[in-house]
Design a protein around this ligand. Sequence first.
Ligand code: TRP
Length: 370
Amino acid sequence: MTVGDEMDEEGTGAELSATLERSMARSRQIEAALDRDAARFRVLTGDRPTGNLHIGHYFGSLLNRVRIQDLGVDTMVLIADYQVITDRDGVGPIKQRVYSLVADYLAAGIDPERSTIFTHSAVPGLNQLMLPFLSLVTEAELRRNPTVKAELEETDGRPMSGLMLTYPVHQAADILFCKANLVPVGKDQLPHIELCRVIARRFDERYGRADPDRPVFPEADALLSTGGSMILGTDGTKMSKSKGNVIELGMTADETAKAIKKAVTDSDRHISFDPVGRPAVSNLLTIAGLCLDQSPQAIADQIGDGGSGALKKLLTEALNERLRTHRERRAALVADPGYLAEVVAQGNRRANQIADATLGEVRAAMRMVY
Ligand code: TRP
């Protein structure tokens, strides 16, 4: 590595943490505005259909989406099916995975009458935005994107596909086709939101407007998620299906009990909340706290010298109770694939109407109306 490279890396790191601080401050302002004036916002949020959702998704994003929807915000829930092929060869059992997501959304309280659940592969107008958007970014900018770099590292030296390089632009199309101005994300996604803002701005500068009084695209803000985004797997490391450390929302109460039984702990019988020194035990306390709406410290105090057996017993009961209604609803929904299909079809119809209207403005701004 040359000295120049090193300075570049450092520069990027410092920029990132400055962006993070700014985004956190901005997120707090937006939370206040959401309470006052929900109608000002359109939120876009979503998942890749790569597997079943787990308790990290539940506490980290699902409950937050429902909260935002219930504040009266127009919420778009994207099932990012095309994005599945950025880092893998096939799509897997995609339809089943899509319906599994929809079942969890509805079971958690996302209401298809108030929120739009859609798959982006079914929305041609969204995907067409890729063309003008790709004209607004350079290949060098895309190569510098830290999220693309991180994704690439996880693919074990697999050569980078054109889609991997450009998927942040596709994500901008996901956000901008519906003119979303708010995107709940974890901090790893901040570079994508920044690129989305750059694309909106450059579109205005280069191609102009359909309506002279306002740009075609808004500059979207990130809404940084807190809550369950810090939940780890049952072994105290990052949750990952391949490590078998995940508690899925669709598991039964028995399967949940088994997963918690084999969770990693340590030999200190005195239970304390110490995320740095005792990550695995602290993680179990965090999950129990989320289930019981208590602080992890309070739960640790309650268990005291009871040891990890008592902690696991408490967590098993708390988690199974917390998820009971969700799981009942989920099971009923999964048993009715016709209904799930209808929810997606209705969402896709609505997303297409929105996309076609936006594409009309894009054509007008670009003077390509024939
Ligand atoms: N990339 C996101 C993820 O891996 C999913 C996603 C796709 C997304 N398009 C988006 C998130 C647009 C926010 C906005 O979870």
